[in-house]
Design a protein around this ligand. Structure first.
Ligand SMILES: C[S@@+](CC[C@H](N)C(=O)[O-])C[C@H]1O[C@@H](n2cnc3c(N)ncnc32)[C@H](O)[C@@H]1O
Length: 399
């Protein structure tokens, strides 16, 4: 029997980061272990078996397990679904995912792993409305390559080969007319072609009958250990009150970002907690990560190196692992680690970095979903009241 395993080695054996293991203990998810003379944790084989059991039980658990809300009757269809950042957040707010559209094979495999029973479609350009189940809400973070300021040189904007897929999405919206739309993109959407692209987007949705509002939100204020600013556009079919009610909280005090407010949370975990350290050997790391981009997978230069772990004693520097990037995006552990592996490690890592860099952070999606749910409940409640009143009035009028 092994004795006296350090927390770092225990984390390796269990297959999680040092920080995650510490957090599980601190949060009472697993029982604490004994300490040595220097008060460092010492793990036994039994401790490791017990904690591994917990890790296995949550590793590939359904996103529904994380739900903090009662299920609701509302449904969501997800376009440009990626690895399901929106879908996860909406399910945590009680929505049911009815449909997912995503063209990239790696992302599709991740979606199949977590939503094996949800109908899927690949290329949006070949999708027709009859294939899409009726859903209350449609969500989509359409490709941003032609809008992003992270891309060097001329931005093609909504005319670009990727970002023009917005028009495909809008064409489908025009026929199906879901009650609520949520679009997500890089903040560069607001400025590309001097704002013309954004104006085309707003006009297109308005012509389809949607009242539209938008807000730039930074994930770091939603408990995510990353500064990730994105624009979220909400459209409500034929209801001018909707976007404002969803995107802006009347309950907020002026300019307050106190802890505990719905979007004024401090990061729930910090980057060092995800990467982990107690030994004093490192890593040295900023408390909130810089924004992860999909390009991080391919860049050898300055991009990934903005987020790195530095070990001053040994002089070693390394990039974050894909598992750490999952933590930095606040996805559950191993969300993008496929059970069935057809890729070698390098290809898999590259696909994971890329997909994670593209994703919506689930806590922001969750916040939006909760507010959309409240909005739908309010509208449906008002409608039910009106119907009851009409039913009560009609006999009186007849009488
Ligand atoms: C910005 S990412 C959206 C990520 C997603 N919101 C998430 O949380 O992972 C855009 C996605 O659109 C997908 N995409 C690109 N072209 C597409 C097409 N023709 N049909 C469907 N999806 C497409 C990309 O593969 C990518 O995953």
């Amino acid at each position: 029997m092994q004795k006296g395993i350090s927390q770092r080695d225990a984390a390796k054996i269990i297959g999680v980061s040092y920080g995650t293991l510490g957090r599980w203990i601190k949060d009472g998810k697993v029982e604490d272990v004994a300490r040595d003379r220097n008060t460092y944790r010492i793990f036994t084989d039994e401790d490791i078996a017990r904690i591994k059991e917990y890790a296995d039980s949550i590793q590939y658990s359904s996103p529904r397990d994380a739900a903090d809300a009662q299920p609701c009757p509302y449904t969501v269809a997800s376009f440009f679904a990626g690895i399901g950042g929106f879908d996860l957040g909406f399910e945590q707010a009680g929505f049911t995912t009815k449909f997912q559209c995503e063209v990239e094979p790696f992302c599709l495999s991740v979606l199949k792993q977590h939503w094996p029973n949800v109908p899927k479609w690949g290329d949006i350009t070949t999708l027709d409305n009859a294939t899409i189940p009726i859903s209350d809400v449609w969500v989509g973070g359409f490709p941003c390559q032609d809008l992003s300021l992270a891309r060097m040189g001329q931005r093609e904007g909504l005319r670009g080969t990727k970002s023009r897929l917005f028009h495909e999405f809008a064409g489908l919206v025009g026929e199906s007319k879901p009650r609520v739309l949520v679009l997500e993109n890089v903040a560069g959407l607001l400025s590309s072609h001097g704002g013309n692209d954004f104006s085309i987007l707003l006009q297109t949705l308005a012509e389809l009958g949607y009242s539209v509002g938008w807000r730039t939100l930074n994930s770091r204020y939603f408990g995510v250990p990353q500064s990730r600013q994105r624009v979220y556009i909400v459209g409500c079919l034929g209801d001018r009150r909707g976007p404002g009610a969803i995107l802006f909280e009347s309950e907020r005090g002026a300019g307050s970002t106190e802890e505990g407010r719905p979007n004024g949370k401090k990061p729930a975990s910090t980057l060092p907690a995800i990467v982990g350290d107690i030994s004093g050997d490192g890593p040295v790391i900023q408390s909130v990560a810089y924004c992860l981009y999909a390009t991080s997978a391919r860049h050898t230069g300055t991009d990934w190196s903005r987020n790195y772990a530095c070990y001053p004693k040994s002089g070693r520097i390394r990039r974050l692992t894909p598992a750490e990037c999952e933590g930095v995006m606040t996805f559950p552990a191993n969300w993008t680690k496929l059970n069935e592996l057809h890729l070698d490690t390098e290809q898999l890592d590259s696909a994971r970095y890329h997909a994670l860099g593209n994703a919506v952070t689930p806590p922001v999606a969750h916040w939006l979903a909760k507010r959309i749910r409240l909005y739908l409940e309010m509208v449906d409640g008002e409608k039910a009241k009106r119907q009851t009143r009409t039913r009560q009035l009609v006999p009186e009028l007849v009488g």
